[in-house]
Design a protein around this ligand. Structure first.
Ligand code: ACO
Length: 332
């Protein structure tokens, strides 16, 4: 087991006040219903931004909570990394908007574009920067306003995706904290499968246009069944690699916090890893799939419920568009 370079010093999360239930979606005129959505996904409700509610405001709220718990002032943050696929603006990054909102004037700020693996990839980048000496205190955010890029007439996607932000402060592990922190990291990608979950238009290859808008090509397109299969396979690899690299077994894991994509993917991941569902954190029923935000929201939720305590060993596993996948083992 490696000596940790960094530990998670504080967490926070923020979601829009507006709650949209499955019945609310059915009432929009889509041919779907509460029972179908619960059975196939485990989702009962999700939070959706009100008109004009920005991702920056959610990121800032989540970050302020994480910084307060870590006892860190804005001037102490030297790096801000934001995992997102739905920033307020395509240029510049979401992270610089958060920097300004928080007044972190000393920080370097940039985004990580790896969809649902965004926070996890960001945490690995932050940990590596701390290991190299390039940073000491890194704010890692996962945040999405997926409601802005989802087609609300497509029942295959709009029932799944939601809005929210989660934030964590990573600090250098030293002194009495030197045995706590990130014990293993694993990240992989496969761009050959990109078109199974993507936005065909809106980038340089097919700029946003009236035609693209008519064809709804700027919205998320997803081949659900294919994505499901790859998600299960990749999450299994991610948990295997996490346990191997940290040189621990499933019995050593106090809590598995998987990406909250879908209850069936979560259950398959837990089964493969040999971790009983009592040791798996699930809040997809209340928050839906918030992509890059899902793991840091779940972590903060788990901490508030007392399910992560000092000394807990937590396994994180993510999978997202790209495809991207990865895992972390963290001792708190
Ligand atoms: N309500 C009612 N019926 C629906 C709905 C809906 N919302 N959506 C699809 N259906 C229908 C389909 O049209 C299909 O009808 P048909 O048999 O007449 O053709 C039927 O239900 C079954 O469709 P499937 O796509 O086979 O349903 P499946 O059991 O695979 O569930 C789902 C669909 C929930 C999308 C599933 O494939 C899934 O979870 N995929 C992974 C999606 C995911 O988690 N993506 C994100 C992971 S990565 C990331 O987070 C970015």
């Amino acid at each position: 087991m490696k000596r940790p370079y960094s530990y998670i010093a504080g967490t926070g999360h923020a979601v829009p006040a507006r709650v949209v239930t499955n019945d609310d979606i059915a009432a929009m005129g889509l041919e779907t219903n509460d029972a179908w959505i619960i059975e196939r996904t485990g989702i009962r409700q999700r939070h959706i931004a009100a008109p004009g509610e920005s991702l920056t405001s959610l990121c800032a709220e989540a970050s302020r909570q994480a910084m307060a718990k870590a006892g860190v002032q804005p001037g102490e943050i030297d790096t801000i990394i934001c995992g997102t696929a739905s920033p307020d603006h395509l240029l510049p990054s979401q992270a610089v908007e958060v920097q300004t909102a928080l007044g972190c004037s000393r920080a370097a700020a940039f985004d990580v574009a790896s969809a649902c693996s965004g926070w996890l990839y960001g945490a690995i980048v932050g940990d590596s920067m701390i290991a190299s000496g390039a940073a000491d205190t890194v704010l890692v955010i996962g945040a999405e306003k997926l409601s802005a890029i989802v087609d609300w007439t497509d029942r295959n996607t709009c029932i799944l995706f939601a809005d929210g932000a989660g934030a964590t402060v990573l600090r250098r592990a030293k002194g009495e904290k030197k045995d706590r922190g990130i014990l293993s990291t694993f990240m992989r990608s496969d761009g050959a499968l990109a078109e199974l979950l993507w936005r065909p238009a809106g980038g340089g290859a097919e700029p946003y246009s009236a035609d693209a808008a008519t064809g709804k090509r700027h919205f998320i397109h997803m081949a659900g069944r294919e994505v499901f299969k790859h998600a299960v396979r990749s999450m299994a690899e991610a948990t295997d690699r996490a346990l191997d690299t940290a040189r621990i077994t499933a019995a050593d894991v106090d809590l598995l916090i998987p990406h909250q994509a879908n209850i069936r993917i979560i259950e398959a991941t837990a089964k493969h890893a040999g971790i009983s569902m009592e040791k798996v954190f699930v809040n997809v029923d209340r928050f839906g799939n918030t992509s890059a935000a899902s793991i840091p929201i779940a972590l903060n939720d788990a901490m508030e419920q007392g399910r992560v305590k000092e000394g807990s060993t937590v396994l994180f596993a993510a999978f997202g568009a790209g495809f991207t996948w990865g895992s972390l083992v963290v001792r708190f």
